[in-house]
Design a protein around this ligand. Structure first.
Ligand code: ATP
Ligand code: MG
Length: 447
């Protein structure tokens, strides 16, 4: 049996990287004061079809739609926003006095796409949604999240492409201008674009087939069609970004593939050597119509979604290491089956006190067990033989210095606490720049 096309398994070093990235993300969201939000992986098809937009690529070509056993139309979540909005309305989150609602999510998304590098059928997105304010400052805050996240991780060449699609009035005017511009050139356009022309002309600018055509390049620019209010909003977003020291370029071709955007739209790109065409790491924008469209009160919103796989690939290309060396505090070696019970009791007691501990489950001989302790990067080895079990005086070995101690069972916790707090990295200590002696080393602070 093999995994389905466009999916991948997570294990080993990649798994450790994923987990490290998830932890960094959670810390970041605390710093920004965002609240965790989770919605189901499948919903009634209508949520995504209407929420994402019936004319979008996602809905026309990419959703996993199926009938459940009750003959209901269901869809696997292709993106985060529509489900979050459905939940926001259903749970009457708009009644919350704590406005704006600043929410974040993380989880798998599903799209039936042609799998290639940076493009999967099951992929993970982290995203935020902010409801309840049209303040352009929150647009700037939302844009700052991925930028700061990438910078914090060490990615250097980060580029924000910024555009405004304007409010409804500006968009309508622009739509008419686009139709007038493209109408005489319909036969030059691809089949998809002919449909876009009829159903959603803005989407023409998002076409990856026709993007090099002369008629595309000469298309009118939305920024020339923004009314006063939209123009002011856009200018303020830029001012706030500048105040926050976030660099951006205004890019009129950035229209985004989703139907629900109004005003601010943006994409964050990483210039990473070896990174192919899929270099958009993150995309988002404002969606002031969406909550109302899905049946809620008129509520402005803004958000983004960030692809995890592409980020991990970018970090790899840039040789950015996310994982500290793995270690455990103690490794327990029972010398024979006779000491197993006693050893298991110590194992459980140490774990319940928070010591990272493991034990031999393979009845290895002492030499192989020492090797196993090396593999696990154990700081201390507890050897339990007949004598130890009888007297309750354990043999504890510092796996780094190879020093051996005799420690009474009653004193074990105190002993470990004290020893694990010391730096054992000795002469090879590189503290100050890159210490690998474990989490309890205080060298850095001392220097
Ligand atoms: P693209 O133009 O590359 O298809 P998109 O407009 O469909 O992107 P969004 O729906 O805005 O992308 O998703 C935001 C981010 O999620 C993307 O910038 C990307 O990092 C990631 N992403 C989107 N689709 C996939 C996929 N099939 N596999 C992996 N990551 C994806
Ligand atoms: Mg896509």
């Amino acid at each position: 049996m093999q995994k389905a096309k466009g999916t991948y398994d997570v294990y080993g070093e990649y798994g450790r990287k994923v987990k490290a990235l998830e932890r960094i993300l959670e810390d970041l969201m605390q710093v920004y004061n965002y609240e965790y939000f989770r919605t189901p992986i499948f919903e009634a098809s209508e949520v995504f079809h209407r929420g994402v937009g019936d004319t979008t690529d996602i809905v026309t070509k990419e959703t996993y739609d199926f009938k459940d056993r009750g003959d209901r139309d269901m869809t696997l979540r292709p993106e985060g926003t529509a489900g979050v909005v459905r939940s926001y309305i259903e749970n009457k989150y708009y009644g919350n006095a704590n406005v704006p609602s600043k929410l974040w999510y993380y989880g798998p998304m599903f799209r039936y796409e042609r799998p290639q590098s940076g493009r999967f059928r099951e992929f993970y997105q982290f995203g935020v949604e902010v409801f309840g304010t049209n303040d352009p400052a929150i647009d700037a805050e939302v844009i700052s999240i991925p930028v700061n996240f990438y910078k914090m991780l060490g990615l250097k060449q980060i580029k924000v492409h910024l555009n405004s699609l304007g409010d409804n009035e500006s968009r309508n005017n622009y739509r008419e201008a686009l139709k007038a511009h493209f109408a005489p050139h319909l036969d030059e356009l691809c089949e998809d674009c002919k449909v876009r022309f009829e159903k959603n002309p803005l989407r023409l600018l998002d076409c990856k087939v026709d993007c090099d055509l002369e008629v595309m390049k000469k298309a009118p620019k939305i920024t020339d069609y923004l009314n006063e209010e939209s123009k002011k909003h856009f200018e303020l977003v830029q001012k706030y970004l500048e105040a926050m020291g976030i660099e951006y370029v205004v890019d009129p071709s950035c229209v985004r593939g989703l139907d629900y955007y109004t005003n601010t739209v943006f994409e964050v790109e990483a210039s990473v050597e070896g990174f192919g065409a899929q270099n958009v790491l993150c995309a988002g924008g404002r969606y002031n119509n969406l909550v109302k469209t899905l049946g809620g009160p008129d509520t402005p919103g803004v958000g983004f979604a960030l692809g995890f796989e592409r980020l991990l690939t970018a970090l790899e290309y840039e040789h950015i290491n996310l994982i500290d060396e793995d270690f455990i505090d103690t490794y327990i070696i029972p010398m024979s089956e006779n000491e197993k019970e006693f050893s298991m009791s110590i194992l459980n007691a140490l774990r319940s006190l928070g010591f990272k501990t493991d034990i031999d489950y393979m009845s290895r001989n002492l030499k192989s067990n020492f090797k196993q302790a090396e593999r696990l990067n154990a700081k201390f080895i507890i050897i339990i033989g007949e004598e130890e079990a009888k007297t309750g005086v354990l043999t504890v070995k510092n796996n780094n210095t190879k020093e051996e101690f005799k420690v009474k069972l009653d004193d074990l916790v105190e002993f470990l606490d004290e020893k694990l707090d010391e730096c054992n990295c000795g002469d090879d200590c590189h503290c100050g720049d890159d210490c690998h002696c474990g989490s309890n080393c205080h060298c850095k602070e001392e220097k």
